[in-house]
Design a protein. Structure first.
Length: 290
């Protein structure tokens, strides 16, 4: 499959259901989300796939992936899911890339009804990003200068509310600033006061599958796709999910889920969102059939 661009939703009910997301894409693009929807329908007889549009039309759907407050997007999705009678028995969810993978996770944490059964995150930045696509700050002085410039404005109230990418910008050098002013990511990652409801709801998942693209040049740092990130206070050394405070204090319930065998870490060669039909069918379809 060609690389997907980034932001859209699909929900499925079969025997099970799914909802998918990606940014810069729309619900109905036949070359990206549309092709995934078609492939799932071909592989699972009787599957119900719901493509959710955020806005009144495809243009608004695409624009909202860049400029609509992610919290408002989550509310919109929760409302649509709750109104779909075919999803009331539970559904599987799939999120692709920028924003929507952890946006999908926010739905699981904030909206337990109808219940999400399995969450599949394909190249999602669960700990956010601290770099530009194909411009890693840790290996380029120019990219690092741009990264530092972004820090100056990323946490302003206006930018946080109106630019989706700023809502998952995670600056490890200014941890207090990030935790105080991040409208979305710091909240769903429990980096302020712990919301016990978030932790309880996420642990209701049967499986939480995270796909990491081993040659990813878009997500920086790529470890975010497996919930890893840069250690606080510097911008070079990484830590895994298991090494993080988030895991050690079990602020999201991920440690308990890991011990229960609910976390699945999949890696695949290739750049961002580049995978074959065969890989998808072999590695991801079993979770959608369950």
């Amino acid at each position: 499959l060609s690389p997907l661009t980034d932001f859209n939703y699909i929900c499925m009910n079969l025997p099970c259901d799914v909802f998918m997301c990606v940014v810069g894409d729309s619900c109905c693009n036949p070359l990206s989300m549309g092709s995934i929807k078609k492939m799932i329908e071909e592989q699972i007889s009787g599957v119900y796939v719901l493509s959710l549009m955020i806005g009144k039309n495809v243009v608004q759907d695409t624009e909202n992936g860049f400029f609509m407050d992610v919290n408002e997007q989550v509310d919109t999705v929760c409302s649509q899911l709750a109104q779909d009678k075919r999803l009331q028995g539970g559904y599987n969810a799939m999120g692709f890339s920028q924003g929507r993978s952890f946006c999908t996770r926010a739905v699981a944490q904030r909206c337990p009804s109808p219940p999400m059964k399995t969450l599949i995150s394909v190249g999602g930045q669960h700990q956010g990003v601290y770099g530009l696509p194909r411009c890693p700050g840790e290996s380029s002085k120019v990219c690092d200068m741009i990264r530092e410039a972004l820090n100056a404005g990323a946490y302003s109230d206006f930018v946080q509310k109106h630019l989706v990418q700023a809502q998952y910008w995670h600056d490890p050098l200014n941890d207090d600033l990030y935790k105080t002013h991040s409208r979305f990511l710091a909240d769903i990652n429990q980096e302020r006061a712990v919301n016990e409801t978030y932790r309880k709801n996420l642990q209701q998942l049967q499986k939480f599958v995270m796909v990491k693209f081993l040659q990813d040049s878009v997500v920086d740092p790529v470890e975010s796709e497996w919930f890893g990130f840069l250690k606080t206070g510097q911008a070079k050394e990484m830590e895994t999910l298991q090494e993080s405070v988030l895991y050690k204090e079990d602020r999201l319930g991920l440690a308990a889920m890991d011990k229960a065998g609910k976390l699945v870490f999949l890696g695949t060669d290739g750049d961002h969102l580049q995978f074959s039909r065969e890989w998808f069918i072999h590695n991801l379809m079993p979770f959608l059939r369950s």
